[in-house]
Design a protein around this ligand. Sequence first.
Ligand code: DNO
Length: 356
Amino acid sequence: MHMGFRWFGTGFDKIPLGYIRQIPGIEGVVTTLYDKQAGDTWEPERIQTLKDEVGRHGLKILAIESVNIHDSIKVGSPDRDQYIDNYLKTIAMLAEQDIGLICYNFMPVFDWTRSDLAKVRSDGATVFSYDQELIDQVDPAEMFSKMDGSANGYLLPGWEPARMARIKDLFAMYEPVDQEGLFNNLEYFLKAVIPVCEEKGLKMAIHPDDPAWPVFGLPRIASTKANLLRIINMVDSPANGVTVCTGSLGSNPENDIPGIIRSLKGRINFAHVRNVKHHGPGKFDEAAHLSTDGSLDMFEIMKALYETGFNGVVRPDHGRDIWGEKGMPGYGLYDRALGIAYLNGLWEALSKGVGK
Ligand code: DNO
């Protein structure tokens, strides 16, 4: 297991790399060129500068999260090949600098969605929360200002203002795309990209839908065990893998996460490990990583990873805002560092035979 911490880059993230370096057991960061738009080609100099900056702090780039996919690829428009071509160039340039993992998603219009970015808990911490009834009352076009207005001045991942400004056009663009259409467009993309990944020694890891069901009537294709198996079988290669995001998959209590991990054996290229607390259908709050703070059994999750021989990159995920920190919602330092300490503890116990 290689432990990482998501860091959005200088100018976007206020957590110093030197602080990240002090988290016990940390190996590197999961990062990106945050100013790049979906469809752009990444320049080698920019990648090199990022790598050098991270390296100066004794850290590695463990993964790129994300190289976002242009909507033309997701929709299957005639101009998609040009954007796939740009993606292939970016893959080649990342691989050239020994970066071996890309996390991406194939969600239409919205990446992750929440109804509240700062729900106050009984312990005084704030967390992300989701309530389908509240989401059903929101006009999708208002969604961006709602999210942006409670982001503490940060740019939220997956909520690029330039894209969100075109939200009505985006909805129109996805109008003809149903679930099967989206599956087909993903398959077309993977068939073009995975052979190049194999050649260059880089792995792809699709991120599950968050929450794990369709929102605003848009199709979603990465939210169940059956769908994830279908995706990895589209191109049967270790380079075509999954990001097991326990919080995203775990938003749906019907998803048995240890079972999903076992059935994806060998094809989990990245793990985001966090907890959620269910409050009934379509309703959940995020939680501290600890099992007893939420509804997921984190020991069983780590055990499934351990027993299936997982040796990939892991990162903690959204944390609570605690101890007065007003960071990027979900991405503060303190609670995610606590999450790492806990996950490392579980892993050490597993590697010493506890629970056998
Ligand atoms: C949200 C994240 C997502 C994730 C992308 C991967 O906090 O989990 O934005 O990074 O879906 O492409």
